[in-house]
Every structure is written in structure tokens, then in C-alpha cells.
Write a protein that binds this ligand. Structure first.
Ligand SMILES: Cc1cc2nc3c(=O)[nH]c(=O)nc-3n(C[C@H](O)[C@H](O)[C@H](O)COP(=O)(O)O)c2cc1C
Length: 374
């Protein structure tokens, strides 16, 4: 029998991937200010990582003004942002790549200094992130504020912002979109019991807490068709104050419901690397999302988190996942697919340049040069 490998083709929705190594969505905080539109530097960065038939998932992009919690993050709700993204998409398509956009709302993972008119961030319930600090718009480290709970009547407006953002992504020429339901942001705040104390139809029971995820996903599917929409989840994750006491029943229900839609893919973050955006984490003795949920997800499964080339290949050969998204080592190795395929050494990444800045640590990582190595 011929087992699939990291370098065998894969069909994702209508797209034929030539390999199974994707760029994970990575916030890099280098959009133009104050427009928060992608700029030519961003197009160069994505184009460097594009390969024919390779999937790139572009960084989380807020769907509305209240969806921000950090500086220099690109939005997807103004004309200027749409045109900025169009240049990114064109640059990736020129190299034969396939690019999805991740749609984002941070909810309580924000500070009033990022909010329109300096109001409090919104969330399902007025529960602050305890024990962690955040940065204000002028860079001061402060405790998280207590967010304002969304009124039931406001929720359709947030769902509509996702719908409009999905339309905007379509107008920008993307090949699909990914709903960011992971890492402690708004959708996950609705899902999890400690951040959702609501007593309306969006809180309480598991189906009620899953309702917002499903309404957002359905709105995006209405725009794109299910086969061009992915969803990212991080069961057992600990980022940004996440943590469901017993994730299995909640995520089993959510995955089953998503399974009814016929989505392009489901995308997990493995718990061992939850919080990788903030620290070098490799949590030990934690469950594996792909192993736990594979049996109940019939579609394409992408996973991410702490993978080497060999581990990714093994996950695919063992049938635990269909594709693997790489984050940190794709930052420092723009030609990662070729390097892993040919066994070339990897350039280490520099965490200090992950967020914000310009060219340094963004577009200046070199491709592997065989001649220099020889
Ligand atoms: C700098 C940085 C930014 C990230 N931004 C996002 C993001 O915008 N959306 C998201 O879903 N995950 C984000 N993550 C998580 C990554 O997509 C990925 O799941 C994580 O880094 C683990 O994969 P890795 O071990 O290959 O880096 C980020 C991680 C890093 C290091």
C-alpha cells in the first residue's frame, strides 16, 4: 500500500495541493499604519513562502474595529485593506501558491487603548484574563481590563462583520478563509465555560456555547461555500487565559457540528505548543488533538504545533492528520518545503523579531544556498 507523506498531493476543497506542508497563520504586526492595510513588504514576505500548490494561511486579520488587541495587525474591513491584501494574494498566485485568510476577533484579549473611542473590549461575559499582563497601544505592560459583555442584540452585528469580512476576502482574491476559533480569542471565549457565563441562547449548555462559532462559520460559508472555508480550534490549549475544565464533551460536539457543514478542513493547534506565540513552549504529557478528534472528523485535518519534518511526515503516514502547518520554522526558513524535502539544515528563528518592525526577521531570512553549503 502506498502511504501518503508530507510530500504527496492532497485535495483541499476544490484545490489540489502538491504537498501537505502549510504556512500556519502568523501574526507579524507589520501592516501599514494607520490604515492597517497590508503593504508591499507583506506581499514580499508571503511570496517568499509560496510554492506551486502549497497552502499559505495568512495571519489573523480582525473583521471589525473592536477585534484588535495589538498594533500593526492588518484588518479586512476597509477598501484600503482589501486592496493591500489583493497585492499579497496576487504575489502568492504569481508563484502558484494557494492562500487563505484567517478571520479574527480578539474579544477580551485586548485593551481599551486599541478600541474605538477607548471603550472597553467586548467579550461574551465580563470576565478578565487573570494572571497575565497585556500591552497598551503605547507599549506599557498592564493587567487586562474587565471586558464588557456583549448584549444579545449586538451578537448578530458581530456575525455580520465576519460575513462582510468574508466578502472582503473574496473581493481581495483569496482562495478561501479560515475562521479563527482558537487561542483564547472571541469565538473560543464563547465556547469555554469559564469565559462564557451568559444566560441567553449563547451561554450555558454546550450547544448554546457553540452557537456563536456555528453562526460565524455558517455566515462565512454562505459567502464562500463550505469547501473553501476552514476552522481552527485549540482544544486543551492554554493561550490567552484559555482552558476548559473538561474539553472532550465541548469539542466533540463542536467538531461534530462543524462536520455537518462539509468544510474544506479543520485545523488544530496541538496542545503541546499552545501559546507558542508568546514563549518557547513544549508542554509535556498533554493530549494530542489530532489523535483525539481524528475519529470524529471525516474531512481534511490539518494540525500544527512543534512539528519537525520527520514528525509531520509520521503524523501523516500514521493517518493522524492530512497536512501539517508550520509556524516558527517557516518564519526563519522561507523555503521550508524544499529544505525539509531535501534534508537541508534549518535557519534558527529569532523570537525578538516575531512581532512588529520591518524587514529584519521578516523578509531577510535567506533561502538555503546549496553552492555555499557544498
Ligand atoms: C509569531 C507567532 C504568531 C502567531 N499568530 C497566530 C495567528 O495569527 N493565528 C493563529 O491561529 N495562530 C497563531 N500563532 C500560532 C501558530 O499558528 C502555530 O500554531 C504555533 O506557532 C505552533 O506551530 P509551530 O510549532 O510550528 O510554531 C502564532 C505563533 C507565532 C509564533
Amino acid at each position: 500500500m502506498n502511504y501518503p507523506s508530507l510530500f504527496s498531493p492532497l485535495k483541499v476543497g476544490p484545490y489540489q495541493l502538491n504537498h501537505r506542508l502549510a504556512l500556519a497563520p502568523l501574526t507579524r504586526m507589520r501592516a501599514a499604519k494607520p490604515s492597517l492595510a497590508p503593504r508591499p513588504l507583506n506581499a514580499e514576505y508571503y511570496a517568499q513562502r509560496a510554492t506551486p500548490g502549497g497552502l499559505l494561511i495568512a495571519e489573523a486579520s480582525p473583521v471589525m474595529e473592536t477585534g484588535f488587541g495589538s498594533p500593526g495587525v492588518p484588518g479586512i474591513y476597509t477598501e484600503q485593506q482589501i486592496s493591500g491584501w489583493r497585492e499579497v494574494v496576487d504575489a502568492v498566485h504569481a508563484r502558484g501558491g494557494i492562500i487563505f485568510l484567517q478571520l479574527w476577533h480578539v474579544g477580551r484579549v485586548s485593551h481599551s487603548s486599541f478600541q474605538p473611542d477607548g471603550v472597553l473590549p467586548v467579550a461574551p461575559s465580563a470576565v478578565p484574563i487573570a494572571d497575565l499582563r497585556t500591552a497598551t497601544a503605547d507599549g506599557k505592560a498592564v493587567p487586562y481590563e474587565t471586558p464588557r459583555a456583549l448584549e444579545t442584540s449586538e451578537i448578530p452585528g458581530v456575525v455580520d462583520a465576519y460575513r462582510q469580512a468574508a466578502k472582503n476576502a473574496l473581493a481581495a482574491g483569496f482562495d478561501g478563509v479560515e475562521v479563527h476559533g482558537a487561542n483564547g480569542y472571541l469565538i473560543e471565549q464563547f465556547l469555554q465555560s469559564h469565559t462564557n457565563l451568559r444566560t441567553d441562547r449563547y451561554g450555558g449548555s454546550i450547544p448554546n456555547r457553540t452557537r456563536f462559532l456555528m453562526e460565524v462559520t455558517q455566515a462565512v460559508v454562505d459567502v464562500w461555500g463550505a469547501d473553501r472555508v476552514g476552522v481552527r480550534l485549540s482544544p486543551y490549549g492554554v493561550a490567552n487565559g484559555s482552558g476548559e475544565p473538561d474539553p472532550m464533551p465541548l469539542y466533540t460536539y463542536a467538531v461534530e457540528q462543524l462536520g455537518l457543514l462539509g468544510l474544506a478542513y479543520l485545523h488544530f493547534i496541538e496542545p503541546r505548543s499552545s501559546g507558542a506565540g508568546r514563549a518557547e513552549v513544549n508542554h509535556q504529557n498533554v493530549p494530542s488533538a489530532m489523535v483525539l478528534f481524528r475519529p470524529i472528523w471525516k474531512g481534511v485535518l490539518i494540525t500544527a504545533g512543534g512539528f519537525t519534518g520527520e514528525a509531520a511526515d509520521a503524523a501523516i503516514r500514521d493517518g493522524h492528520a492530512d497536512a501539517v502547518a508550520f509556524g516558527r520554522i517557516f518564519i526563519s526558513n522561507p523555503d521550508l518545503p524544499r529544505r525539509l524535502q531535501r534534508g537541508f539544515p534549518l535557519t534558527p528563528y529569532n523570537r525578538a523579531t516575531f512581532y512588529g518592525g520591518d524587514v529584519a526577521g521578516y523578509t531577510d531570512y535567506p533561502e538555503h544556498n546549496e553552492l555555499e553549503q557544498a
